[in-house]
Design a protein around this ligand. Structure first.
Ligand code: NAP
Length: 334
């Protein structure tokens, strides 16, 4: 089969923001498949805040080399197969990368059933770095109790919007922190949260004092920096602060702003605990099962924004770091 592959490549490591000039788009012919390999026509790729930390050349996450394809979770369909049990037309999910055609050993992929949920949902509500992350963070780490005041940051984003809704299901009073009046309205009127704080236009500490005068029992943090400090200053006795991520720090990971309010943990007998979803591999299937059930019964709101065209991937990353997305951000490749 004579196919060309178009991919997004890293050509310059970002010093601060990952701007479009850090990337180029290249098209090359593809080699024949080796035994055990499949060729996947990529349908959607996931845009993840954590990708910014993969462009530095060092760090906790797997790194993208200069000249290499940008790493990303993706979904698509097999168009050519040299692997037993992997038929042309099968829908798959895996680390496909930002490219039109991924050539991979079939064993690295997962077959997905698009009769249960549409293919894009496998990167969103059922995705490892999205719905599954929120579920694992909530069930294994945050564990709010009925009546708790639960606060989540980047609350209108992919992970935060699901974490907050799970907290509502657990009977907590949920306050979301997000940027701008449109997102605050989304939290209150679409997700049904009990309170919303627009950190771009409001003083987070003052608003928390008004909305949660007895303090915050559980904080699910996706942002770090000043937002983390403002919430730490307002925790209740025996509170739990969950570090899911710190998107405000990803553009300057060599100079991370630590929480200056961490002594509140000692003063209020509280704890801070981080997690990564892939540390709980045994929980991925149960997470997908429960998230899928909620999706089918219509008890979970899940919104997506989709940018169309592989050439828009660099713009999509910038859009996310500018706070543009509500819900899950995807790029539609084909
Ligand atoms: P997302 O929440 O859909 O999008 C990121 C959001 O972060 C933006 O929409 C923006 O919303 C906010 N943001 C961007 N720059 C910011 C800044 N400087 N200060 C404050 N907020 C900023 O992204 P996501 O992929 O779902 O990731 C959310 C968090 O989950 C990230 O911290 C990510 O690293 C983390 N995560 C953790 C795991 C894990 O296993 N622990 C797995 C996946 C993701 P606003 O408009 O509200 O600013």
């Amino acid at each position: 089969m004579n196919i060309e592959n178009t991919r997004v490549v890293l050509v310059r490591r970002p010093e601060t923001e990952a701007t479009p000039d850090c990337f180029s788009i290249e098209t090359q012919p593809l080699a024949d498949l080796k035994p055990g390999e499949v060729r996947v026509a990529v349908d959607y790729v996931s845009v993840d805040a954590g990708t910014r930390t993969m462009l530095r050349g060092e760090g906790f996450h797997q790194q993208v080399g200069l000249g290499d394809t940008i790493l990303a979770g993706g979904v698509g369909r097999i168009v050519e197969s040299a692997a037993d049990g992997w038929a042309v037309g099968q829908a798959v999910r895996g680390g496909l990368g930002v490219q039109t055609h991924a050539t991979l050993n079939a064993a690295t992929l997962e077959q997905i059933d698009t009769s249960i949920a549409p293919i894009n949902a496998y990167l969103g509500v059922l995705g490892g770095s999205t719905g599954v992350t929120a579920w694992i963070g909530m069930r294994h780490v945050a564990r709010p109790k009925r009546g708790d005041v639960f606060v989540v940051s980047a609350a209108a984003g992919a992970v935060g919007s699901i974490a907050g809704q799970i907290a509502k299901k657990e009977g907590a009073r949920v306050i979301g922190i997000a940027g701008g009046p449109k997102k605050a309205d989304y939290l209150l009127n679409r997700l049904g949260f009990d309170g919303a704080i627009d950190y771009k236009n409001e003083d987070v500490g003052q608003r928390l004092k008004a909305l949660a005068p007895d303090g915050v029992n559980v904080f699910f943090d996706n942002v770090g920096g000043l937002v983390l400090d403002a919430v730490l200053d307002n925790i209740a006795m025996r509170a739990k602060v969950v570090i899911c991520g710190a998107v405000s720090q990803y553009d300057h990971m060599d100079n991370v702003t630590g929480p200056s309010m961490y002594l509140r943990l000692a003063e209020r007998q509280s704890s801070m605990e981080g997690f990564a979803f892939f540390h709980f591999p045994e929980s991925i299937a149960p997470a997908m099962a429960e998230l899928g059930k909620w999706l089918q019964e219509g008890s979970l709101v899940f919104d997506e924004e989709v940018l169309h065209g592989i050439e828009r991937y660099p713009e999509a990353l910038q859009f996310m770091f500018g706070g543009g997305n509500i819900g899950k951000l995807l790029v539609k490749i084909s």
